[in-house]
Design a protein around this ligand. Structure first.
Ligand SMILES: [Cu+2]
Length: 481
């Protein structure tokens, strides 16, 4: 694979090739950026422009959306852990925007969230963020505005991209590095459908209420087109590999609402990190599962020559674009898909035994869906109330908190804590340790417990990463006493 193919694969304009046999990207040189119309006094390290873009998903299907720097996904940003950066964000649209840096430990003033009182990027205006990126790992950046009933706003747009924070200690034991953002396009409202084959209704369901709310549910969001990065399956160049290569795949579920299960026939994924954080025990799996907002770093050994489809296990979504052709050198057949063996995604196989450190305090959080009836939007409550709550959840600096997420709804929810990471300590009764995440999927009627050290003073937003759930009540603010 040459650089041209690599760039084409993701529309990843910011990548540079370094020396050595591995494809390594270096930090983004400022000279690659277009000069702004009205430049600020000093040039920022990184410039992001929020503006309308078109995305050619296939040679015959181009969509319009809002993106960064003329593309969607936006450029892969590279930052060095601990090295301060400045980012200029120009908003070339007519509505206020926020750029959120997902998975970073940042002050609320630059986290990119209205609820935390971060200043907005004004319409037709500019804002400069200055921060020190940490921790190292696969992070991402995306818009953080409410969409409500507007499917051309917020997470439904193309405003997302990878943000890699390098520690300088990456041993680079791989031959290629690829960035794979999983996406849907052309959203529409539809009556609530039966759940797909995600973990939604499987499992022990410890939080299933004795009496279920049987009121009719409201609208959900469906999609017509799917892609990995900016290309639908078969719409772009394949990923070209050679036998024996080790390919590091960074997967990001950049969806506003869909859970994903990904497989590559005849190959396994060696999961080395989740949400950018190395897992205690890397393991090989046939299927990767990612809720909206989650990331997985996995190494795939190319040991099965052929032409394969890396794709979503749901036939409908894969056939509508959610996949990528993996082509071995000198192989020229039709790309092959083979359904993977049945498997259940289980975070705890990557964990170590639970630590015995007790929390200083346990905070219970109960999530309930309030069905709206046909043609309306369901709302969501946290401990009996929609956002905002009369009283925020209060943390003391230095305290160790156990948050117990009790999902009293049938949908799986990807729960995201801003500005902090947490350690998964229990899921549906199974204990574990050492798995650090910023987003955890709590299965339908399931429970997850996470331990969080309160070491990032300031307002802290917690929410479900499904846009519609967040917009209709499923969020809460934490503050420090
Ligand atoms: Cu949710």
């Amino acid at each position: 694979m040459n650089r041209r193919d690599f760039v084409k694969l993701g529309g990843l304009a910011a990548l540079e090739l370094g020396p050595g046999r591995a494809l390594r990207a270096q930090s983004q040189p400022a000279s690659m950026q277009t000069p702004p119309a009205s430049p600020p006094a000093t040039k920022a390290d990184v410039t992001l422009r929020i503006s309308p873009v078109t995305v050619e998903l296939t040679p015959t299907h181009t969509i319009s959306t809002i993106g960064y720097n003329g593309t969607s996904p936006g450029p892969v940003l590279r930052m060095r852990e601990g090295q301060p950066v400045s980012v200029d964000v120009f908003n070339e649209t007519d509505v206020p925007e926020f750029v959120h840096w997902h998975g970073l430990f940042l002050p609320a003033e630059v986290d990119g969230v209205e609820e935390e009182a971060t200043p907005m990027v004004p319409p037709r205006g500019r804002i400069r963020y200055q921060f020190t990126p940490k921790p190292a790992g696969t992070r991402w950046y995306h818009t953080h505005v409410m969409a409500g009933s507007d499917l051309h706003r917020g997470g439904y747009t193309g405003q997302f991209g990878f943000l890699m924070i390098d520690s300088g200690n990456d041993p680079g034991k791989y031959d290629q590095e690829v960035f794979l953002a999983l996406r849907e396009w052309e959203p529409f409202f539809s009556p609530e459908a039966d759940d797909d084959d995600t973990q939604g209704s499987a499992g022990p369901q410890p939080e299933r209420p004795k009496v279920l709310d049987t009121n009719p549910a409201g609208l959900e969001v469906g999609y017509q087109m799917f892609s990995i990065n900016d290309k639908s399956l078969g719409g772009g160049e394949p990923l070209r590999v050679r036998p024996g290569q080790r390919v590091l795949m960074h997967l990001l579920n950049a969806s506003a609402s869909m859970h994903r299960r990904m497989a590559l026939p005849s190959h396994q994924f060696q999961v080395i990190a989740m949400d950018g954080n190395p897992v205690p025990i890397p393991q090989k799996v046939d299927v990767l599962e990612l809720g909206p907002g989650e990331r997985i770093d996995a190494i795939v050994e190319m040991a099965s020559p052929g032409v394969w489809i890396l794709g979503d296990t749901m036939d409908a979504d894969r056939n509508a674009g959610l996949g990528l052709v993996i082509e071995y050198a000198n192989q020229h057949k039709q790309p092959q898909w083979v359904a993977p063996p049945k498997s259940v995604w289980d975070y705890t196989i990557f964990g170590k035994p639970a630590s015995q450190t007790p929390p200083d305090q346990t905070i219970d959080m109960i999530f309930v869906k309030v069905p709206s009836g046909a043609g309306m939007f369901n709302s969501w409550t946290v401990n009996g109330k929609e956002y905002p709550h009369d009283q925020e959840f209060v943390l003391k600096k230095g305290g160790r908190y156990r948050l117990v997420f009790r999902n009293r709804s049938e949908d799986p929810h990807p729960l995201h804590m801003h500005r902090h990471s947490f350690e998964l300590v229990e899921i549906n009764g199974k204990t574990t340790g050492g798995i650090m995440k910023d987003t955890v999927v709590v299965p339908g009627y399931g429970r997850a417990s996470v331990d969080m050290i309160a070491d990032q003073p300031g307002l802290t937003l917690f929410h479900c990463h499904i846009q519609q759930h967040m917009d209709y009540g499923f969020k809460a603010l934490f503050r420090y006493a």
